[in-house]
Design a protein around this ligand. Structure first.
Ligand code: SAH
Ligand code: SF4
Ligand code: F3S
Length: 470
């Protein structure tokens, strides 16, 4: 039967798009596979947020050229943000690519898959076949179709971004804010729940700026409505902008019992002149105020962030302020980046900080962040946490990786547990015996179908129940 392999780079926007591509492919009779070499169609869903993402995508394309040489019938397809940025030059740079689809062309990509389908043999399309939706994806990027992919659903609430931070390519490759209609979001959530999703992530570049075009519902309203859908287990969202974190949203977050206790609020820098030049629309003092409100309404939640070092013009003093703010905030996790100039963005034209200074600042920042991460993980030792299975650990396939609702990675030996049990009962109760900066490790003490189900070992576990503890 015809098969498709999809490799995804970048953020939740691309994850959600890959999910759409997999769904369209399945509906046209493709099996989703984790073996690129065996696929009729190979899709690379690319990112261009930093230079290394762009280089990686071109590197991957060059590697996939082998597949094309071995079998000229294979179709190599590139989509996503780099495809949008380089649509006019990509086939010049990589002539063996069959098709390039920009971020606004996803529906056309779905149509093309349907059109190509007869080229790959005319065996009967069997939509009931187990491996159709459940087939595996793997490889170097993140993939949509692994064995437990159905337990997590990424639902787009908005496309694009209109904020134009001076370093950022996203508005240029994804367009301006385009909020989806509430009904469309809800029907996608309902479909995900029907497919067995245990965790719905509402995604967008600034989800908390969401405004339903027709009803004027804002993001707090949206959260409340989605969290009340029949059958929903857990709900979370990515990413938020500090400017749009309102008292109403804070109160709603604190009140919804099935919202995951994690909040990602990128601060980028701890220095006002830098924030201004980044066009971030808030000051350090305003960020502090927002976090005070957050801590008061959502105690014990995980607060995570994004940071950029060596932004053009960042002095030693600016950088020290970032370190001081991170010390003060004690983030539970942070994504840290050295500034990477992007073509067509204002900051790319400004005087740059030398790369060796960027590397050194990143190292020092990581030390500071790690202190907060360790402090966040430490209390989990000796407790049992409930975590949603992700799949075999990349480093050791005999272990399972899972994520707690406060977004901490947990690793434990799988023992006899396999897909058969875990597809129905994907929540693992793990008694934690060691903590690291990357997460925690322990032993599996039980499994559960839904987050609120009683634990099979309830009597034995001093559980930190992040939901009822609030
Ligand atoms: N919409 C999100 C961020 C999306 S991009 C927000 O505003 O928070 C994810 C992260 O990549 C950003 O938060 C930023 O920290 C980083 N990033 C974006 N462009 C970058 C660049 N040119 N160089 C380095 N890091 C960058
Ligand atoms: Fe990029 Fe800023 Fe928009 Fe985030 S808010 S996507 S960093 S422009
Ligand atoms: Fe990358 Fe595009 Fe997301 S550039 S970070 S995949 S919006």
């Amino acid at each position: 039967m015809a098969s498709i392999y999809i490799e995804t780079y970048g953020c939740q926007m691309n994850e959600a798009d890959s999910q759409y591509i997999a769904d369209r492919a399945s509906a046209s009779g493709y099996a989703v596979t984790d073996d690129a070499a065996a696929a009729n169609v190979v899709v690379i869903n690319t990112c261009t947020v930093r230079d290394n993402a762009e280089k990686r995508a071109y590197g991957r394309m060059a590697q996939f050229k082998k597949l094309k040489l071995a079998d000229p019938g294979v179709k190599l397809v590139v989509c996503g943000c780099l495809a949008e940025q380089d649509r006019d030059v990509m086939t010049g740079k990589a002539p063996y690519i069959d098709a390039v689809f920009g971020t606004r062309d996803l529906a056309r990509l779905g149509d093309a898959l349907a059109t190509w389908r007869p080229e790959f043999g005319d065996d009967e399309i069997d939509l009931t076949q187990e491996n159709l939706l459940l087939g595996k994806l793997g490889g170097h990027g993140d993939c949509v179709g692994d064995a437990y992919a159905h337990v997590r659903a990424f639902v787009n609430v908005q496309r694009g971004c209109s904020y134009f931070c001076t370093y950022c390519i996203v508005p240029h490759v994804r367009g301006r804010f385009d909020n989806r209609a509430l009904d469309d979001i809800l029907s996608e959530c309902r479909a995900a729940i029907a497919r067995g999703a245990r965790e719905i992530t509402l995604v967008g570049q600034t989800v908390n700026a969401y405004k339903e075009p027709a009803s004027n519902a804002d993001f707090a309203d949206l959260l409340a409505i989605v969290s009340a859908l029949p059958g929903i287990d857990r709900l979370t969202f990515l990413t938020s902008h500090p400017k749009d974190y309102t008292p109403k949203l804070a109160a709603t977050m604190g009140a919804l019992p099935n919202l995951n206790p994690r909040f990602h609020l990128p601060v980028q820098s701890g220095s006002d002149p830098i924030l201004r030049r980044m066009n971030r629309k808030y000051s350090v003092a305003q960020y502090r105020e927002k976090i005070a409100l957050f801590r008061a309404t959502c105690p014990d939640w995980a607060l995570t962030t994004d940071l950029i070092v060596a932004f053009p013009g960042e002095s030693d003093d600016d950088f020290e302020r970032t370190l001081a703010l991170c010390d003060e905030m004690s983030f539970a996790q942070a994504f840290m980046f050295v500034y990477s100039p992007r073509r067509g963005t204002p900051a790319a034209l400004w005087e740059q900080v030398p790369p060796q200074i960027g590397g050194e600042r990143l190292r020092r920042l990581a030390e500071t962040i790690d202190r907060g991460v360790r402090a966040f993980h430490a209390p989990k030792i000796g407790t049992t946490v409930r975590a949603l299975v992700q799949g075999p650990s990349r480093k050791d396939r005999s272990k399972l990786a899972a994520k707690t609702i406060d977004n901490v990675t947990v690793i434990a030996p799988a023992g006899a547990l396999g897909e058969f049990e875990l597809r129905e009962r994907p929540w693992l109760d793990v008694s934690i015996d060691a903590v690291f900066t990357w997460g925690c490790s322990g032993e599996i003490a039980g499994i559960a179908a839904r987050y609120d189900d009683p634990s099979p070992v309830a009597a034995a576990r001093p559980t930190i129940d992040l939901v009822t503890a609030r």
